[in-house]
Design a protein around this ligand. Structure first.
Ligand SMILES: *[C@@H]1O[C@H](CO)[C@@H](O)[C@H](O)[C@H]1NC(C)=O
Length: 398
């Protein structure tokens, strides 16, 4: 029995991992119309915990999304990603301006486990004729994430259909007002970022829309007063879907503007223009003075300095004799004894069996009568330190 259940479990795991193996999602959309794709947290949650169906433990992890065009660091120009909060679904939205294929890579990052998963979106934009009459409306009490769900888009479209008095209406573009230089609202109730919704139709503008262009309405808007809907044009079931009339703009693409004349085509062959006359080479320049100044002068200067230095170093040395002659004898003697003592101490440090240090001997050995250093004839009276008026060192008996 247990074996049978483990088989069922294995099959379920295989089935789930096969179905979870990311199949690319493909869309074929017309150019110049709004495209929205909701990144559902639930589907990504299943990628993170594919076994949750079996184990029965359902997670609700915070997730963030990163999207980019394949082989590029960012999304294509026309596509935007928005997610208000890691516990909200994200949206990809935008209106392609030109036909072509875009492969979008979507990464979902689980903020609880720090796992990632990815999905690929292939968007094929097909050429489509431009809707000749377009109008842009501003919804002040909206945020872009709240407008993008298809249900809300339909709601807004239904209101605008009444304004336009036509059911053939299509949403062409939705833009966050912050992307148009809008300001981040205060974090208070009743303050929203605002959203621009652009719709297009084959049908000409309704009377209500044309009233926007009347001087009367224009003056009302300039006065700073919140422009009210022109008479009899107030269609708005949900207060947050009400449009700001003064920010409504109409675009008429029905009569193409005067196009620039096409460039005149030539035969593709250059006209005959005689022989080729190469430009003349510039006149010769004399570089000798420059050379003399930069090389010879510096060389001479260097030689002179060398000679001067050599003379000072070699020919003007006065030597040890002169120094000795100029120094008083007692100072020399003092100096020599210090040197001698230093040498002695150093040699004594080398081994134990050395002769007793000379500095401990008297100036002359009174037994042998041998004189020690022949610095001065009456060396016995030389004081070691000049400042002290003491008699010479007493001969130490040994
Ligand atoms: C949609 O709106 C965005 C932002 O204003 C703009 O950059 C883009 O060109 C628009 N797309 C179309 C097709 O008008």
């Amino acid at each position: 029995m247990a074996g049978k259940w483990s088989w069922v479990f294995c099959l379920a795991v295989c089935a789930i991992s096969c179905s979870g193996a990311n199949a690319d999602i493909k869309f074929s959309i017309p150019v110049g119309r709004l495209f929205t794709y909701e990144l559902m947290r639930e589907t990504f949650q299943n990628d993170f915990q594919p076994l949750s169906v079996l184990t029965g433990i359902l997670y609700n992890d915070p997730m963030v999304f990163k999207c980019n065009l394949q082989y590029s660091p960012d999304l294509p120009e026309w596509l935007r990603l928005t997610q208000r909060h890691p516990y909200d679904n994200a949206f990809l939205y935008g209106a392609p301006a030109a036909a072509g294929k875009s492969i979008i890579e979507i990464y979902a990052i689980n903020k609880r486990t720090f796992e990632t998963t990815k999905e690929k979106l292939i968007i094929q934009a097909n050429a489509e004729t431009l809707l000749p009459y377009q109008a842009e409306f501003f919804l002040q009490l909206r945020e872009v994430e709240k407008v993008l769900p298809p249900g809300v888009q339909d709601e807004i479209k239904r209101d605008l259909q009444k304004v336009w008095k036509s059911t053939e209406l299509e949403i062409v573009n939705i833009t966050n007002a912050l992307d148009r230089g809008g300001r981040v609202p205060l974090p208070l109730a009743g303050h929203y970022e605002g959203v621009y919704v652009k719709v297009g139709s084959e049908q000409y503008f309704s009377e209500c829309l044309l009233k926007i262009l009347t001087p009367d309405q224009q003056r009302q808007c300039q006065g700073g007063a919140r422009g009210r809907a022109p008479g009899g044009c107030y269609y708005c079931n949900v207060p947050s879907n009400c449009i700001t009339w003064c920010k409504t703009q109409l675009f008429d693409f029905s009569s193409p503007g005067p196009t620039a004349p096409p460039p005149t085509m030539g035969s593709g062959i250059l006209e005959e223009g005689g022989e080729f006359d190469p430009p003349e080479s510039p006149p010769a320049r004399d570089f000798l003075p420059d050379y003399l100044v930069t090389v010879i002068v510096t060389l001479i200067l260097a030689i002179v300095l060398c000679a001067l230095l050599a003379y000072i170093m070699c020919c003007r040395r006065e030597g040890v004799e002169k120094r000795n002659a100029k120094t008083s004898e007692i100072q020399l003697y003092h100096h020599h004894t210090i040197h001698g003592n230093g040498d002695e101490l150093r040699s004594m440090a080398g081994g134990r069996g050395v002769a007793p240090p000379l500095s401990t001997l008297p100036m002359f050995n009174f037994r042998t009568g041998e004189r020690m250093p022949p610095w001065r004839s009456d060396s016995s009276s030389i004081p070691l330190i000049l400042a002290q008026h003491e008699p010479a060192i007493d001969p130490l008996p040994r």
